[in-house]
Design a protein around this ligand. Structure first.
Ligand code: DAH
Length: 337
């Protein structure tokens, strides 16, 4: 008779569980509690087996609850279409905002710069973002302890590596690799572009992180005139107009002679006649730099230049503050999208 009671409660509660969306509450039903209360009222001999049956019932009900819970949950998870432009799970498509990303202006312009030099016949190599004292200074003819080393505000890691302060760190590698090409009768013509780092106070014209492009050309007959022609050709292609250029002497240990190269600010970009903008450093590669890379400086000669990318871009678009580039402000970035 008592077992009948268990069957009755079982039927009743299983039915309720099966038709409930949140069945866990049913495990606390008074009918089940009543069965537990019953145990103590039974003759001692019957208590153990009745108690066991009630426990079994509880386990069975609790399994049933879990089954229902799982199926409710799986119904609420919809297959996710990651290509759909709307929110998953909505009854009607709720379109996501369709804002497309775009290239950073510096990336865009750097690609333009690379494109121009590539069309002139230069191979383009990305510069390293961590380098050695050797490539930063010694390979570029900076004597040990020479004050010119201080001019570069270099960062250093605790291990003594250097996040390069100029892309000239790539010159030695380019020369060493190009040596075979020279000996096979060819020329070395490469640019190296990438991020450089300086320990500087940041203001409208100084950043701790910026971009440079370096160029190296070596042949049996390279001349300063070829260098000026190459650079003028580049600037005229980049700004899409004829330009006046001028140079003045400058000291860089890795070139002799060393020059600063300036262009006259074009009227179309708000320039006045006679307003010169210094764009980069350049010169004839110092014989020591060639020799250091195993290149015979009596037979071969070369020119090199290096300059900042931000400066180019700022002039082209009339940007007044270098800090815009790293500020991640969408209002600024979207002007270039
Ligand atoms: N590395 C120099 C700087 O960052 C720029 C430079 C000057 C590069 C003369 C050259 C060069 O290749 O020939 O200030």
């Amino acid at each position: 008779m008592v077992t009948n009671k268990i069957d009755e409660v079982k039927r009743l509660l299983l039915e309720r569980i099966a038709s409930s969306e949140s069945p866990r509450e049913i495990l606390k039903a008074p009918e089940l509690k009543a069965l537990y209360d019953e145990i103590s009222r039974l003759p001692v001999a019957e208590r153990a087996s009745f108690g066991r049956s009630v426990n079994e019932l509880r386990t069975e009900l609790s399994d049933a609850v879990e089954t229902v819970e799982q199926s409710v949950q799986s119904k609420s998870i919809q297959p996710l279409d990651v290509t759909a432009p709307w929110q998953a799970g909505g009854s009607k498509p709720d379109f996501l905002p369709m804002i497309q990303g775009s290239q950073h202006p510096l990336t865009m312009e750097l690609e333009e710069v690379i494109d121009i030099f590539t069309r002139m016949g230069f191979e383009a190599i990305e510069s390293r973002q961590i380098d050695s004292d050797f490539n930063m200074f010694s390979a570029l003819n900076f004597p040990e302890n020479h004050p010119a080393r201080d001019g570069y505000d270099t960062f250093r890691t605790e291990e003594g590596f250097i996040p390069p302060a100029h892309t000239s760190t790539m010159q030695h590698r380019i020369l060493k690799q190009g040596k075979l090409k020279l000996e096979a009768g060819g020329d070395i013509a490469a640019i190296s572009y990438g991020r450089v780092f300086r320990n500087e106070d940041v203001d409208a014209t100084h950043e701790h992180t910026f971009y440079q492009v370096e160029g190296v050309f070596v042949s049996e007959s390279a001349t300063l005139g070829q260098m000026l022609g190459t650079l003028r050709g580049f600037f005229e292609a980049y700004y899409g107009q004829e330009l006046k250029i001028k140079t003045q002497p400058a000291y860089f240990p890795f070139v002799e002679p060393g020059l600063e190269f300036a262009i006259e600010k074009p009227a179309a970009l708000g320039g006045q006649p006679g307003e010169w903008l210094e764009m980069l450093g350049c010169g004839m590669i110092h014989p020591n730099v060639l020799e250091m890379a195993g290149i015979d400086s009596r037979r071969y000669r070369g020119f090199a230049w290096g300059g900042g990318v931000e400066r180019l871009v700022m002039l082209k678009y009339g940007i007044d503050d270098l800090r815009h580039f790293e500020a991640a402000r969408l209002k600024f970035l979207r002007k270039f999208a």
